[in-house]
Design a protein around this ligand. Sequence first.
Ligand code: PLP
Length: 399
Amino acid sequence: ASLFGHVEPAPKDPILGVTEAFLADPSPDKVNVGVGAYRDDNGKPVVLDCVREAERRIAGNLNMEYLPMGGSIKMIEESLKLAYGEDSEFIKDKRIAAVQALSGTGACRLFADFQRRFLPDSQIYIPTPTWSNHHNIWRDAQVPQRTFTYYHPESRGLDFAGLMDDIKNAPNGSFFLLHACAHNPTGVDPTEEQWREISYQFKVKNHFPFFDMAYQGFASGDPERDARAIRIFLEDGHQIGCAQSYAKNMGLYGQRAGCLSILCEDEMQAVAVKSQLQQIARPMYSNPPVHGSLVVSIILNDPELKSLWLKEVKGMADRIIGMRKALRENLESLGSHLSWDHITNQIGMFCYSGMTPEQVDRLTNEYHIYMTRNGRISMAGVTTGNVAYLANAIHEVTK
Ligand code: PLP
């Protein structure tokens, strides 16, 4: 028997499989609203002008040496300012252990491995639903998972009462994974007032919040506003963890630029925690890639480039918000008897449409529209050119 004879093909990734099917479809009408990457109004991938300018400044000027194990010090500094606030006392007091990570996924995974190594009896509470890879990440890190209530299917909004109950009923000192903004896949975020109540209850229960912030700036168009949830927890005196990604908000998807940070009790603890995070990274990938981190630190360190970035990230968010409005208006003017308020109430890259897997199958088979079977529409794939076609198809399958 062959050595690898027992190896079965792995199940297809539910998100990446959609793109494969889309590419294989020869129809000229086809629409891809499955992929979680930004597209312009012509459906084309975008490289931001601030990124192009940063690349011009890098070109020919820098060597290709290894970064330190923890990554670029400059990039980490700028990332912390973005997440914790420009004048954060925690940064001044050096209380944050932070390393450059392989984008948001790598930051989550590093944290999960850290959790497993230093808090071997802990579990992670993950919202229902969530980005499917969260389950894979904590599974492979061998941290037991629990779920907590998040989404309310009837209202297509937040199940706040259920969420609060689950927070109260979890054992004291539990780890919770929270989406800092633009929850994936639902597009449903707590209000500021609700975040305050969540933070208060976390304090009562001594829970630890780990924020996955994959969309800072991409939700509202303003990175400061999108960091509100984290800032509320900081004001309330929590220790937190945070995974940051520049995939969406700088369009650096393939560069794998991100940051993992853990707010510690004091500087000494932060030094120890950082050294352990580096120790976990060393046998895994040794040190993170240099190019994306240079792009990020050049942009965030230069006032002119930073304001260009802020303008461009707002441009992406505004286009998506505009497409939400257009999709809803199109559905309403077709005379749909259903409520589509949730399309404009939800925020970020995705619209959790409420369509059933069977309805999604009809969209794909009859209209060549590709998306995940949970009814998640990537609003980034919606354009002025396809919104009417998409609305009509959705109307037909939901009649
Ligand atoms: N977390 C969430 C909620 C996401 O939606 C994503 C990307 O889709 C990520 C993390 C990680 O993305 P990346 O590893 O490309 O930064």
